[in-house]
Design a protein around this ligand. Structure first.
Ligand code: ADP
Ligand code: MG
Length: 452
């Protein structure tokens, strides 16, 4: 043990090797290659990292991995500490490079989220074009027709994911690229700070030296004239020298308010692609992917139920999966339909089935039974009509919990005892009559309630 402690380079090599097996190559490259082990002090393994941002990032993303890797190397738990490097001498760097067999370059830091990659982006007709264009840009940055690339659309539909995926993919292709990735708010803040500190020249140089400039949510430039001015110049410099610009926005540039028209017209000179809310099948695919990513296996009926109720936003779909996981592990209960229904209910802010109405149910029953809607809610006592009516009543009660009186009123002004009788009849038939059972199952399914 002391022997290894003395030989920290050897130990770090083992740690590095262990991590290399566990983590993707780009993560090792971005976050572990630049680390320099500097010694043991007070029983802490000291690791030098290039800057504070790096330190925070690696602590928040790779802590568990590092702990495990150290444990694996030393056979016991080892404390470690990161130190932010003061200027390292070239000699140190050469030494560590030699040992690790990698070349340490002065690294530029981008805060690309390494989880946002094309490989885990689910494609459907709602985002296919945006994804294809993004991939193309990442593989051929700066190509005229796709410059700038503007990805626009509503909240939680994958714009930021695609933007980071472009950065990650471009870096994978060419690790020397200088990728600047920032939100429009950070850009503004950076600019304001540079004004305060009389450092606008450095500010400009910083951005203008990027090979790919990624700016998220440019709608927040709205009304910030001086920032827009700066951005306009940065844009032009980069564009003229064939550097790629990728922007995201909440709307098509032509419809954005509060941005200078010269900017908007520049934006439209490139390619604008939109992301739309996913349709049902894409929601199912996303849920399956997110469940798998989180090590969760869910019955298809549960996935389908979530997909039927959470519709507009991928972030919400993901949030639902995470919430289900959290709830089941915090309360230490199995994931079952009740738990899922509860979580979905919270998420949609109230009763599930809010978007199901009596009219809806009648319509579905009418389609399946071939009895006219008017007849279902009418007075006729003909057998097939009465049966369709009873099934409708049953489903209203079962899915939406509609009160007996309201059901009675809707279906031809009947009183609640008639409704009770109808519910009882259907319950009995359901147990004995395969046709009725099948009908109810298929209507429930169409309304998104197959599993409850
Ligand atoms: P936006 O920037 O459009 O508001 P994000 O890119 O932040 O949305 O997406 C929200 C979340 O949903 C992210 O965690 C992202 O990974 C995920 N997401 C969005 N679209 C998809 C998709 N098509 N496939 C997989 N995950 C997606
Ligand atoms: Mg975003």
């Amino acid at each position: 043990m002391d022997n290894i402690k003395n030989n920290i380079t050897e130990a770090w090599l083992q740690v590095h090797g262990y991590l290399k097996k566990k983590l993707p190559g780009h993560a090792i490259h971005a976050w572990f290659d630049p680390i320099v082990p500097t010694g043991f002090r007070n029983n802490y393994f000291l690791l030098e990292v290039p800057n504070q941002f790096f330190l925070e990032w690696i602590e928040s993303h790779y802590k568990d991995d590092i702990v495990k890797a150290l444990e694996n190397t030393y056979g016991e738990t080892i404390n470690y500490k990161f130190l932010v490097s003061k200027e390292k001498t070239q000699k140190d760097k050469d030494k560590i490079s030699q040992n690790l067999g990698v070349e340490i370059k002065p690294k530029r830091f981008n805060n690309l989220n390494l989880k946002y990659i094309f490989e885990n982006f689910i494609v459907g007709s709602n985002n296919e074009f945006a994804k294809t264009a993004s991939e193309s840009v990442s593989n051929n940055p700066g190509e005229q027709n796709f410059n700038p690339l503007i990805i626009y659309g509503g909240v939680g539909l994958g714009k930021t994911h695609l933007m980071h995926a472009i950065g990650n993919q471009a870096l994978k292709n060419n690790n020397d690229l200088n990728i600047v990735n920032i939100t429009s708010e950070q850009f503004t803040l950076d600019f304001v700070n540079s004004l305060r500190k009389n450092k606008t020249i450095e500010f400009a140089q910083n951005y203008r030296s990027s090979d790919i400039l990624l700016i998220d949510d440019i709608q927040f430039f709205r009304g910030k004239e001086q920032t827009q001015e700066q951005f306009f110049h940065t844009f032009n410099v980069l564009h003229q020298s064939g550097k790629q610009i990728v922007l995201t926005a909440d709307k098509f540039p032509g419809e954005m308010k509060g941005l200078q028209s010269r900017l908007l017209s520049r934006f439209q000179s490139g390619l604008c692609v939109d992301v739309q809310p996913p349709n049902f099948e894409v929601r199912v695919a996303i849920l399956l992917e997110k469940a798998e990513q989180n090590g969760l296996s869910l019955d298809y009926s549960i996935i389908e139920f979530i997909a039927r109720h959470i519709k507009n936003n991928v972030r919400e779909l993901e949030g639902t999966i995470i919430r289900i996981l959290a709830k089941s592990s915090l309360l230490n209960i199995e994931i079952n339909s009740q738990l899922v229904a509860e979580v979905v209910k919270e998420r949609v802010g109230g009763r599930i089935g809010n978007d199901v109405s009596i009219e809806n149910i009648v319509k579905k029953v009418s389609e399946v039974s071939q009895v006219k809607e008017n007849d279902i809610v009418g007075k006729s006592r003909k057998m097939e009509i009465a049966e369709a009516r009873q099934v409708s009543m049953y489903l209203c009660r079962d899915i939406m919990g509609t009160s007996l009186n309201n059901i009675g009123m809707f279906f031809g002004g009947r009183d609640h005892t008639t409704v009770i009788h109808a519910l009882k009849t259907v319950n009995e038939k359901k147990a004995n009559d395969a046709r009725i059972k099948k009908m109810i199952t298929s209507i429930r399914k169409e309304l998104g309630f197959s599993f409850l």
